[in-house]
Design a protein around this ligand. Structure first.
Ligand code: G1P
Length: 295
């Protein structure tokens, strides 16, 4: 059976987005019309995932509420004749099963993924970071492409990569490809948040992964790394060092990764999505041009 399970870590505190994230999850911040995590779920559904396991934590219950069917709201809208508004809740009925488990201590992304072990069992699975949207309005099939690569190569790990400015490599997991050509390449190694002078490339891990369950054994042996956290990248590097197979897949140019982890990239994402809105985008462009030329 093809991979149909995605694990979505959403337990982080979102400290770089305070005060906006004091009492709501960063994954629930709107980008244009929808909260970030809805884009992630819709992208995964389009790529063939029909079971989503959220690794959640304190103050994250709004995510569970968002994916529940809200009978009271639905019947209010129906009885008030608000059919257009009702249609905005169509995502509630898409064919996905939602599961939730808590990361009880904040020990890093690698530790969050290890919380999925008993649910995942011995199947391969996808990991999609809940604070990252791929492509404008999440119109990306990167996960489907990665799953195909995994099934064809039987790789232990497949990772999405995006080129970033060299000065920014210290914010990401960075690839050392075996050969610097093509959109699908074998991985020699990966390193978490290297200094720019030591980075093996400017290919940054872009929030989407496919794993064979061997990742759990590697995570169990991984000690705290950068920032004192158990890093997923370090567990991947362990697999590669021990002779496992890793494949990188580049995002296409239109599949930019929108990172909703800090205000700079959140603002950029919001503005781009709002400008591309089919109803309000044109008017917003006109408004902004008028403000700029008269301001
Ligand atoms: C995490 C990963 C990093 C990756 C990034 C974006 O970092 O540890 O390897 O490049 O997500 O996918 P974070 O942004 O949580 O610090």
């Amino acid at each position: 059976m093809s991979i149909d399970l995605a694990v979505i870590p959403v337990a982080g505190h979102g400290t770089r987005l305070l005060p906006a994230t004091k009492s709501q999850p960063k994954e629930m911040l709107p980008v244009g019309r929808k909260p970030v995590v809805q884009y992630v779920a819709e992208e995964l559904a389009r790529s063939g995932m029909n079971r989503l396991l959220f690794i959640t934590g304190a103050r994250k219950t709004a995510i569970e509420n968002h994916f529940d069917e809200d009978g009271e709201l639905n019947s209010f809208l129906r009885h008030s004749g608000k059919e257009n508004e009702l249609a905005e809740l169509d995502f509630e009925h898409c064919d996905i099963k939602y599961f939730y488990t808590r990361q009880r201590r904040q020990l890093g992304l690698g530790h969050a993924i290890s919380c999925a072990q008993s649910f995942v069992g011995d199947q391969s699975f996808v990991v999609a970071l809940g604070d990252s949207i791929i492509g404008i309005h999440a119109e990306s099939d990167i996960v489907r492409r990665m799953v195909t690569v995994q099934e064809e190569t039987q790789a232990d790990v497949v990772i999405a990569f995006e080129e970033v400015p060299h000065a920014d490599v210290s914010q990401y997991g960075i690839a050392q490809p075996k050969h610097f050509s093509g959109d699908v390449f074998e991985l020699e190694s990966v390193v978490e948040k290297p200094d720019p002078q030591e980075a093996p490339s400017n290919l940054a891990v872009a929030a989407r992964y496919v794993f064979r369950p061997v990742i759990f054994e590697a995570l169990a042996k991984t000690r705290p790394g950068k920032g004192g956290e158990i890093q997923l990248t370090d567990a991947i590097e362990r697999i590669l060092e021990e002779g496992g197979k890793g494949i990188g897949v580049r995002l296409a140019p239109q599949e930019h990764r929108y990172d909703i982890g800090n205000f700079e990239s959140y603002f950029r994402a919001f503005v781009e999505f709002a400008l591309a809105d089919p109803v309000y985008g044109q008017g917003l462009q006109t408004h902004l041009k008028a403000r700029w030329t008269t301001g």
